[in-house]
Design a protein around this ligand. Structure first.
Ligand SMILES: C[S@@+](CC[C@H](N)C(=O)[O-])C[C@H]1O[C@@H](n2cnc3c(N)ncnc32)[C@H](O)[C@@H]1O
Length: 379
């Protein structure tokens, strides 16, 4: 390990020496372009080094210990994508910094160092690993390339570092603090204003009638209740089940002028008291945030509350292959949403509802089919 550290120290010192001693500046648009490229490459190199170090710390030890120096072979996370992410990052870093400096001599020196570093990995590091891990390493070599520039390697690396168990403790559905206080604004800003039109359309698609009695499970700020009120008139009524303190406050504020919008400050997981009372039970971006046994409880509660012929309506993610989805869908689902969202997306909702006795399914999809309104009846 010490020898390897000395090798990299020598490479870095060499590039620094050359860069400080000689300078041919690249100016103008080309220089600006190289600076931007250099910044991006620096971030990429640092991400590789950090993710590789954390992966070694988490997976490459026979017994738990607080170090990234491995004593076990791992092919988890980023190591399933390339064999030397750490060296890849360390090798790219001086090149990236040289690009930022706009000094042609530094760039050439870093290129030379980069190639000799990769050579070092393949000629010195790999034979050592083969000696230590024998057939295990040889079969790993056949499956995984030494280096890769595929950005999805970073994604795989980050996923392997997360706690992705499908358990209620990992859920983000019970919003608190800043997110809860500014929920409506955040959702509109994050979707560049698209959400407003979408939720208006989805609520229209509920097909509500004058006089409907609605239970809004996980009612949030009350924004949906106000939209639904336009369809049910004064004769109808909405009960918002909501446990979040910040959400309850916003709900009460929005509902203060309407005596047919009522807050029920209890959990949708608790056994409901009423029976055969509601025309519609609505869940908007709530259902995915529960572990499966809790989803079943929620469906049982909804069924109990609904009148015969009443409608359960779930607005949430549709079923789709997350791996195959474009990055602007995949990244938020994997890194902003909780792991339970992934679990929900991989399940068959209609089957889930059938199991609880719901019938007559009707679906509407939105946003290229990634979101869905599923309606089902209690008969
Ligand atoms: C993502 S927000 C959606 C809010 C709203 N339905 C909407 O579409 O704008 C999820 C909401 O569910 C609420 N929630 C989470 N767990 C709950 C529970 N067990 N009982 C009632 N509400 C819950 C949260 O406090 C939060 O307001």
């Amino acid at each position: 390990m010490q020898k390897k550290a000395l090798f990299w120290l020598f490479i870095y010192a060499f590039i620094l020496f050359i860069s400080v001693s000689f300078s041919i500046k690249i100016e103008g648009i080309a220089g600006a372009f190289l600076t931007i490229l250099g910044v991006l490459l620096t971030l990429y190199a640092l991400a590789l080094i950090i993710i590789a170090g954390k992966t070694l710390k988490k997976y490459a030890h026979k017994e738990p210990r607080d170090s990234f120096i491995p004593n076990k072979l791992t092919n988890e996370g980023i190591y399933s994508c390339m064999r030397h992410p750490m060296h890849h990052g360390i090798g790219l870093l001086p090149f990236a910094l040289a690009l930022i400096s706009n000094n042609l001599v530094a760039i050439l020196a870093a290129l030379l160092a980069l190639s000799s570093a990769f050579g070092f990995v393949l000629i010195i590091e790999e034979p050592e690993l083969i000696k230590d891990y024998k057939e295990e390493y040889c079969s790993y070599m056949q499956k995984v390339p030494p280096f890769s520039l595929d950005l999805r390697c970073l994604e795989k690396g980050l996923l392997a570092l997360q706690n992705r168990a499908y358990i209620q403790e990992n859920s983000k559905v019970a919003l608190k603090g800043f997110e809860a206080k500014y929920y409506d604004i955040l959702i509109n800003v994050l979707t560049f204003g698209w959400y407003k039109g979408f939720i208006w359309q989805a609520i229209k698609d509920l097909g509500l009638k004058k006089g409907d009695y609605i239970a809004d499970f996980g009612a949030g700020t009350g924004q949906n209740a106000l939209l639904m009120r336009q369809y049910i008139g004064k004769e109808g009524k909405i009960v918002g089940f909501e446990i979040g303190k910040e959400m309850q406050e916003q709900f009460l504020q929005k509902a203060k002028n309407f005596d047919n919008i009522i807050l029920e400050p209890s959990s949708i997981l608790e056994e409901v008291k009423q029976e055969n009372a509601f025309d519609v039970v609505f869940l908007s971006f709530v259902f995915h945030g529960f572990e499966q046994k809790n989803r079943e409880k929620i469906l049982q509660n909804a069924k109990k509350l609904l009148k015969k012929g009443g409608t359960l309506a779930i607005l949430d993610f549709n079923e789709f292959d997350i791996e195959a989805a474009p990055f602007y869908i995949r990244i938020p689902i994997l890194f902003l949403e909780c792991p339970l969202a992934q679990d929900f997306i991989e399940r068959n909702l209609q089957e889930m509802l059938s199991k609880e006795g719901f019938k007559e399914f009707e679906q509407k999809v939105y946003f290229k089919g990634y979101l869905r309104l599923m309606k089902a009846k209690k008969l």
